[in-house]
Write a new protein. Structure first.
Ligand code: SAH
Ligand code: SF4
Length: 359
């Protein structure tokens, strides 16, 4: 047996093992991908669950160095969907048997925002006969807010750790007391405490990031025992402070390749969690998400934001499908998923098996 086969047969992976797997090429890489595809089929099945993604506002109080909608970027038009538009989008998801939606936006924490979300959650449950599952991705909030939203109907929450290395975290965020690693970690703990299915993730291919960092990110997810993961390649954005470090970046193809390996290794480490095929994969390669589904991902988040707003929710350059309407996406996706040998779990929540087992 070669070295990679030996690693792939281990019960638990060490940091060194993961670093080796991250550097596989050729036949070794095929072995890795074959293994994770088998694990996926065995533990979660070849089914892809949809989460209709509503990027309802690009107004953000934060200033993350990597993000195109950071508050410091004056080079874009800010928008905020009306409640009617949001409810129309989720109704589209419901009618098309998506079973779940994700509400995502820039981060705000004022009372008006909190109450608005609370009301919207009740409304979404109402227009969907109490059937739609709801994931939130609205950043750092207080325990009380997380609880209010949970009681109003949300049951999953995505908050990426971005990097589990506090030093790297500090480098990619302003040092203004508003972007602390410890707060991020604390919020993840609060989310778990309040009973959400908690998802986290990171950006892959960041400047200053090492293979050791990436290995530690996966070990962090395992240690935290997450229910879901959404991670994808970092993609530079012209109007952000981090753009000036672009000479440190690997090519986009390499970042995509690394992201696929991260997904594959995580599937092997955490066999029954939900792993999303992030949109950023598609920004690099039109087939990026399909490639991720083949080797381990089982969640897809079709964008159901009305087309006219999409151009202004640009976290990174090259964002795909900004000229499409939701109807275009569903048809296009169905054909793409069939090509991967997976089925779409229409009408099913597709909760994290890992989370359900723990309960
Ligand atoms: N404001 C919320 C949700 C929107 S941002 C939050 O920050 O949690 C959602 C995710 O987009 C972030 O967690 C980050 O990982 C990702 N993101 C931001 N800028 C990016 C970039 N330039 N390349 C890739 N992903 C990016
Ligand atoms: Fe705001 Fe989220 Fe972008 Fe940070 S990553 S600037 S919190 S939208």
């Amino acid at each position: 047996m070669n070295n990679i086969s030996t690693i792939l047969n281990k019960e638990t992976l060490s940091q060194n093992d993961i670093v080796e797997l991250l550097q596989t090429e050729g036949e070794d890489k095929s072995l890795l991908f074959k293994k994770s595809a088998e694990v996926k089929e065995k533990y979660v099945g070849n089914i892809v669950y949809y989460r209709g993604l509503v990027e309802f506002s690009n107004i953000c109080g934060k200033n993350c160095y990597y993000c195109g909608i950071r508050s410091g970027n004056k080079n874009l038009e800010r928008y905020n969907l009306s409640d009617t538009e949001i409810l129309a989008a989720v109704t589209f998801a419901y009618k098309n048997k998506f079973a779940s939606v994700v509400l995502q936006s820039g981060e705000l924490a004022n009372e008006t925002f909190i109450t608005r979300i609370e009301k919207l959650l009740h409304e979404i449950k109402k227009v969907s006969n109490n059937e739609l599952g709801i994931t939130l991705s609205l950043g750092e909030q207080t325990e009380e807010t997380y609880l209010r939203w949970k009681e109003a109907g949300a049951h999953r929450y995505l908050l990426r750790i971005e990097s589990s290395n506090p030093e790297l975290y500090r480098k990619i965020h302003p040092n203004d007391g508003n972007h602390d690693f410890s707060t991020r970690l604390h919020c993840l703990e609060l989310l778990r405490k309040t009973g959400y299915q908690v998802g986290t993730g990171i950006m892959i291919g960041l400047p200053f990031q090492t293979y050791n960092d990436l290995a530690n990110d996966l070990l962090f997810m395992q240690e935290f025992d997450i229910a879901m993961c959404g991670m994808g390649p970092y993609i530079e954005h012209l109007d952000t402070p981090m753009f000036r470090h672009r000479h440190l970046l690997e090519s986009r193809e390499k970042r995509l390749d690394l992201a696929l390996k991260m997904i594959s290794i995580l599937r092997i480490m955490m066999k029954d969690i939900n792993i999303a095929a992030a949109t950023a994969l598609q920004a690099i390669d039109p087939m990026g998400r399909e490639k991720a589904i083949k080797i381990g991902a089982n969640i897809l988040m079709p964008n159901i934001t009305p087309g006219k707003y999409r151009n202004n929710y640009k976290l990174y350059d090259n964002k795909p499908c900004v000229d499409d309407e939701p109807e275009d996406c569903t048809q296009c996706l169905e054909a793409r998923i069939a090509m991967t040998g997976n089925k779409i779990g229409y009408g099913q929540w597709g909760d994290s098996k890992h989370f359900l087992k723990k309960k």
